[in-house]
Design a protein around this ligand. Structure first.
Ligand code: ADP
Length: 484
């Protein structure tokens, strides 16, 4: 097991199989205290060029390794991550602020991505296509080459695994741009992957701010594919840059997800999933959070009273103490969430619970619920990305579906009901990439995930993710044209 990290965590880029220092001028701040505890380099396009050069130099060798052996290396990465799970989770708590239990879950899912795609590495193959007996026609599934992976701060371990593991399994060489708020776990994972036997230069990490590193990476002429998770405006910028080079790109860009509760639902179950959906999992800093609770009129009062009773029991505190609700990742994000609570107060008045920051160092916000929200309000339409829930009401199924679809997003949607036909109608009629029934955050690494509308395009996770990192070549032979 590697040594646990110290309180002064200064780390560099990871390029060509070794850690490379630069001018370590970006502070890494612990959200639990607001104190700096580390630093990373303020990278630039020269660092991007260096990483691409190393990745390109190693791509052919990596792609030439037998797929089964590539899979074995990914399996060893998964094992190494699991052996080091405690120290990675501790670092994750420190850089992101999340609770210890959330961090442990995240590291396990990160490892699971490598394990899952390890098993797929030797099952990526083309088809034979029947034309006539005069032809042999087949397809090859080839890797793209060097792929760029821009990762956000809310799940720095899990989302790195989600995007990099399928790319590596398919034979690509990769460059990761971690979020500047949560850069330390990425370099730790790159080092551990190296320890596990990943060849030098196949997984590179370039640190720095988005416009200085992410932008030149996304638009680089020597990049062959781009994967991005983050906000809508940045996603648009990244997609535009990638498309200028006609590069495949997929974007996962958030949501404003509806959670609809019908009177026939198991209300205890619905309440517990509501808590997870917006408060207790990463303090609501989740693209697939259940931000909009849409309650049937008949159960609204009872449901809300019981929900508020449960919210009163939630603890808010430092990730180290394993609270129910952990701090917000950064001062900027804290200001953003508090700003939306102010918007809510202007639009509707006092929240029915919460609404304040804790009076202590660090970035703590109480779990907050606004009731009586209507569809036109900003807090019903815009992504807040924190522990703030908007409650709307409906009277019949048609209205519920209309409200569920009534934002520019379409990432996930949930329904609580015991009526199986209604659940299937909801799944059919709601425009979202994933539908939860009597559940929230369902599905594992195996289930495709991605958005409709402004939530993005392309699918990550599952077998579909392999499509993002391969291209099809068709080979057509006329086997009779040399006959007399
Ligand atoms: P947030 O506003 O929550 O930080 P972003 O979408 O800006 O979300 O960030 C997600 C990731 O995109 C981070 O790694 C960030 O550094 C990176 N990023 C930010 N701006 C750009 C940009 N202009 N081009 C490419 N990547 C960027």
């Amino acid at each position: 097991m590697r040594e646990s990290t110290t309180n002064n965590d200064t780390r560099g880029h990871f390029i060509g199989g070794r850690e490379v220092s630069g001018t370590e001028s970006i502070a890494v701040v612990n959200p639990a205290t607001g104190n700096e505890f580390g630093a990373i380099p303020d990278g630039d396009s020269d660092d991007v060029d260096a990483a691409i050069e190393r990745a390109r130099a190693r791509f052919a060798d990596w792609n030439d390794i037998a797929p089964a052996e590539r899979g074995r290396i990914l399996t060893r990465i998964a094992e190494t991550l699991r052996e080091n799970a405690d120290s990675i989770a501790a670092l994750l708590v420190r850089e992101n602020g999340k609770s210890r239990s959330n961090a442990a879950t995240e590291v396990e899912i990160g490892a699971r991505y490598f394990e899952y795609y390890a098993g797929i590495a030797d099952k990526i193959h083309g088809d034979s296509i029947p034309l006539t007996n005069h032809y042999v026609d087949y397809t090859l599934r080839e890797p793209l080459g060097v792929t760029a992976h821009i990762v956000p701060w809310n799940f720095p371990v899990m989302l790195l695994g989600r995007t990099v593991a399928p790319a590596l399994a398919a034979g690509n060489a990769t460059i990761v741009k971690p979020a500047e708020q949560t850069p330390l776990t990425a370099i730790e994972i790159a080092q551990l992957a190296d320890d596990a036997g990943l060849p030098d230069g196949v997984l590179n990490v370039v640190q720095g701010y988005g416009p200085d590193v992410g932008a030149p990476l996304a638009g680089h002429p020597d990049i062959d594919g781009v994967a991005f998770t983050g906000s809508v405006p940045t996603g648009r910028d990244v997609a535009t840059r990638a498309v200028e080079n006609f590069n495949p790109v997929h974007i996962e860009a958030g949501g404003k997800n509806p959670h609809v509760v019908f009177p026939d639902a198991d209300l205890d179950n619905a309440i517990e999933h509501t808590l997870t959906s917006i408060f207790t999992f990463n303090a609501g800093q989740v693209c697939s959070a259940g931000d909009r609770l849409i309650l049937h009129d008949d159960i609204h009062d009872e449901f809300l009273d019981r929900l508020i009773d449960r919210v009163r029991e939630l603890t808010v505190g430092p990730g180290e103490d394993n609270p129910d609700v952990s701090p917000i990742v950064s001062e900027t994000q804290f200001d953003h969430v508090i700003g939306y609570i102010d918007v809510g107060r202007e639009e509707i008045g006092e929240p029915v619970i919460g609404g304040d920051a804790l009076d202590r160092d660090g970035y703590y916000i109480e779990p907050t619920i606004f009731d009586g929200v209507t569809r036109d309000m900003r807090i019903a339409q815009e992504e807040i990305f924190g522990p703030v829930l908007a409650v709307l009401t409906f009277t019949d199924e048609a209205e519920a579906i209309k409200l569920a679809n009534d934002t520019e997003y379409g990432l996930v949607a949930g329904i609580q009901t015991t009526n199986v036909n209604r659940a299937h109608r909801f799944a059919r009629d709601v425009d979202a990439g994933q539908i939860y029934v009597n559940e929230w955050f369902a599905g594992g690494v195996e289930t495709p995930f991605g958005g409709y509308e402004m939530s993005g395009f392309g699918r990550e996770k599952g077998l579909e993710a392999i499509e993002n990192f391969t291209q099809t070549k068709n080979v057509c032979l006329n086997i009779d044209n040399d006959l007399e």
